[in-house]
Design a protein around this ligand. Sequence first.
Ligand code: ADP
Ligand code: MG
Length: 270
Amino acid sequence: MMATMQQIIVLANQKGGVGKTTTAINLAASLAAMEKRVLVVDCDPQANASSGLGIASDTGKGSIYEALFSPERITDAIYPSQLDYLDVVPSTPDLVGAELELVDRIGREFYLREALQNIGQGYEYILLDCPPSLGLVTVNALCAANALLVPLQCEYYALEGIAHLMRTYELVRKRLNPGLDFLGVVLTMFDRRNRLSTQVRNEVRNYFAGKAFETIIPRNVRLSEAPSYGKPALCYDHRSKGTQAYLALASELTRRYADAEKQNTEPVSA
Ligand code: ADP
Ligand code: MG
């Protein structure tokens, strides 16, 4: 039997509040519901993905911060979530210091990659939730991943800053991590009643052509309520539109990977 490749997906956008963390939590939960083994690695000192998945920040067992500087200790920092197939490496506010601590080190872009190498192949998907900046921690996440997923909020300035993000992606790919593919963009907080949302959707689909996911995440209050209960939306209100949208996104994503794998294997078997 052919082993499936481990997908390490980085969710990045230097803008805050665009839905990176909400997407990391709920895409991960949806993949877990499909019985894919998933690990969320919280790379943001604000630790919203950790708390949103019910992990307290002071559990004392370790976090991504310790794992960056003692990569072999990352396995101590893996916590179970409420979902059988979903685990979490949480973050803490200490991570703010990592940017400065890394800056003088040789190979400073590869600390997270080295830590993740100690996790082994037990997870089919590893999702890296980034802080709202293109600083060293985000660059570490870009260097540790093999696919970039960009959440974009359906608002007037949605595409602002995207050129800068895509330039960073190209530079990382050229100089640091040639194995990083562009997975695509996912539109979040879409409001059907708002003409602007539709306009932004069309603009983004033009700009990114086939790289925009068909699935669009609607603005849905359940998605914003669930984190305060430390739960992904599907454990909080599984019938909500938000839950359903992320389940659809997870199937679209796994379908894309399955198609890509098929294409890659066909020439071999011919
Ligand atoms: P980021 O991680 O990019 O900073 P978040 O995922 O934390 O963004 O989202 C910013 C805020 O918007 C949060 O309060 C979150 O609960 C809310 N939010 C995100 N996506 C949605 C959505 N689809 N519908 C309603 N609220 C959302
Ligand atoms: Mg966030």
